[in-house]
Design a protein around this ligand. Structure first.
Ligand code: C2E
Ligand code: MG
Ligand code: MG
Length: 615
């Protein structure tokens, strides 16, 4: 192995200042043509007597410094040689002056063969463009770390993806080199991952692996299985992206300095930083807290930076996209808690704000991921002794949170145009399911949102759903709440729907601004009495009076009333006794899956309910 060139022996080569000669004296002041020997020699001797000891002292000091430098260089070389990480030293021309023994494992090459070679020979042509100029530029702050990633040729002619933490010590007399501490980022350590190597993997600003590289790395970690605990830190630095290249590089340098050997730093989306932490969730929290704290101490022209972080564990059951999503969720929760916060994904989910934010984000893709479905709850006519309608109710099974109630997620969907998309899907799905049922001609009731009604697209969507399913308009009920009816623009659309034969129901009747006066003029076909009227109805005479009152109101307006939320047999018997004809609730059937609805087994339960309170 060719060692880096030995340091010139400063003790052997006279330093420039040692060659300083005694001053030549001018004519008449000690020149050789002076006639008196004494006048020439005495001042010369005097001068020697004074300068000699000074020179000797200086020479001794220089010799000591040179010895110290030799020792220090020897220590540095020993340190580099013993480092388990492959270390490469480069001179100003980017030629290798030393490669540590660990380079042999990384590249399958004898490190000695590398010495003297230009770095460019080993780097993939596509990566040279960015890497070489970046290395050539002197670091502003001597010793600052930069991170560079590139494909490097191996002994067998393949490529490995190598990340180098670069410290510019060219101006340091003890080192005089660029020091590259290398790590192998290649996904599959058994052999180069062709797909990985073809990707543009490096973030040009920071030199870190970009998001594509990150996703590949996460997939590789997942493939490793549970043998090794790994966790993910997602770090957001407020204002760093806008602050520009210099600040981003300074941030990268700080982060790289704080990481431990096996931790892996990359760039995420939106200017975030990502660290794959070698360890469990608790380790990741410690790392995240350290990174957040170190950035808080970094002064920039725009002031001190602030950062927050989200952490999540990585397991064999979590795919890369999911892991990043969880980390993002934790990060959002941390950001909401304020600068300097570090949150775990599971904590974030437990907090109300975190859960809300997670649900809002996840709902956007829920339909595409097949997480939404409809269930159907029968509305029973106790006079005809059978179910006449089924109400379509939306269900969402969240991959982590399990079943989420529509009472929680529908209002979130209402906050964005997403609700119209969901509403449209519900209409189509509900009509198609019921149109396909064998046997008697059930109607289907569909809840529509205020936003859908206000979008002006409701009529077109209803027509499309009926057309696609073949369901007659008379078998569709559109449920709206009272507050929606107050919007003057809605009346026209509802009239159009009724003109088609669709029935309009006022849902949750009794919870809004119900008044005879406004109901009398509205295009409405039936009322659905809200379930709060049934609370304690069996024991509270006032509640019973209210239930009778709603029925009378409906009768006087010529509108049938459906009672929602009939849960117990006691309520069922009481309502029948009062003269209520249309009942819906667990007392007959819980909402049914589409398959259950089709197989008809539920009719037995409905018949059992119908037997209750029958005279
Ligand atoms: P809603 O339209 O008034 O639906 C009735 C709710 O009462 C349903 O809750 C139903 O499961 C529940 N329920 C039925 N029988 C009983 C009972 O005997 N006891 C009790 N305690 N509850 C009973 P769910 O499915 O959770 O729906 C809640 C609300 O979410 C719905 O109230 C509706 O406002 C909204 N929603 C559900 N699906 C959709 C949808 O597709 N679109 C829109 N815009 N809103 C929907
Ligand atoms: Mg409803
Ligand atoms: Mg209701």
């Amino acid at each position: 192995m060719r060692q880096r060139p030995a340091a010139r022996d400063p003790a052997a080569a006279h330093p420039r200042w040692v060659t300083v000669r005694a001053p030549r004296l001018r004519n008449g002041a000690g020149g050789p043509d002076d006639d008196g020997v004494t006048t020439a020699v005495v001042p010369g001797l005097l001068c020697l007597a004074v300068v000699g000891p000074v020179l000797w002292v200086l020479w001794r000091r220089q010799a000591r410094l040179a010895a110290a430098l030799r020792t220090s260089r020897a220590q540095f070389t020993a340190l580099v040689r013993s480092s388990p990480d492959p270390v490469v030293l480069l001179d100003d021309a980017l030629h290798v002056t030393y490669a540590s023994p660990a380079v042999a494992d990384l590249l399958g090459l004898d490190p000695a063969e590398l010495t003297g070679l230009p770095l460019a020979h080993a780097v993939h042509p596509e990566d040279r463009r960015v890497l070489l100029p970046a290395l050539r530029n002197r670091a502003g702050d001597q010793g600052e770390l930069a991170v560079r990633t590139a494909r490097v040729r191996t002994g067998d002619g393949g490529w490995r993806l190598v990340q180098a933490t670069v410290r510019d010590l060219r101006a340091d007399p003890e080192v005089g080199a660029l020091v590259l501490s290398c790590a192998d980022l290649t996904a599959d350590r058994e052999g180069p991952d062709a797909e990985l190597l073809e990707l543009a993997l490096t973030d040009p600003v920071t030199g870190l692996p970009n998001r594509s590289a990150l996703v590949h790395r996460l997939a590789a970690v997942q493939r490793q299985g549970p043998a090794r605990a790994t966790a993910l830190v997602l770090l957001s630095v407020d204002g760093a992206a806008a602050a520009g290249t210099t600040v981003l590089r300074a941030v990268t340098s700080r982060l790289a300095r704080e990481l431990r050997g096996e931790d892996w730093l990359a760039r995420g989306t939106d200017g975030d930083f990502v660290v794959l932490v070698d360890g469990g969730l608790a380790d990741a929290e410690v790392v995240a807290a350290r990174l957040v704290a170190t950035l808080g101490r970094l002064a920039t022209p725009a002031g001190r930076l602030t950062a927050s972080a989200g952490v999540t564990g990585l397991g064999a059951d979590v795919d890369p996209a999911e892991a990043l999503r969880r980390a993002d969720l934790a990060l959002r929760s941390a950001r909401a808690a304020g600068p300097g916060s570090v949150h775990r994904a599971d904590d974030a989910l437990r907090s109300a704000a975190g859960r809300r934010s997670a649900l809002s984000t996840d709902l956007a893709g829920a339909l595409a991921r097949d997480e939404l479905r409809l269930v159907f709850q029968p509305v029973v006519d106790v006079v005809l002794d059978r179910a006449v309608t089924v109400e379509a109710l939306l269900r969402w099974r969240h991959p982590e949170l399990g079943d989420v109630s529509p009472q929680e997620f529908v209002p979130l969907a209402e906050e964005s145009p997403l609700i119209t998309e969901l509403s449209r899907w519900v209409l189509r799905e509900a009509c198609a399911t019921v149109a396909g049922l064998p046997g008697e001609q059930l109607a289907v009731a569909v809840n529509v949102s205020a936003r859908h009604v206000g979008s002006g697209e409701l009529v077109a969507d209803v027509v499309a759903a009926l057309g696609a399913s073949g369901l007659p308009a008379s078998r569709l009920v559109v449920e709206l709440t009272e507050s929606m009816l107050l919007d003057g623009h809605v009346a026209g659309e509802l009239e159009t729907l009724r003109g088609l034969g669709v029935r309009i129901a006022v849902d949750d009747f009794g919870t809004g601004w119900s008044s005879l006066a406004y109901l009398a003029g509205m295009p409405v076909d039936l009322l659905k009495m809200d379930q709060h009227f049934l609370a304690d109805v069996e024991h509270d005479p006032q509640r019973r009076a209210l239930c009778r009152g709603v029925l009378q109101l409906g009768t006087s307006l010529g509108l049938p009333v459906v009672v929602e939320g009939v849960t117990t047999h006691g309520q069922l018997a009481l309502l029948r006794e009062m003269g209520h004809r249309y009942l819906q609730g667990y007392a007959f059937a819980r909402p049914l899956e589409a398959g259950q609805l089709a197989d008809g087994g539920w009719r037995t339960a409905v018949a059992a309910g119908l037997a209750v309170g029958t005279p």
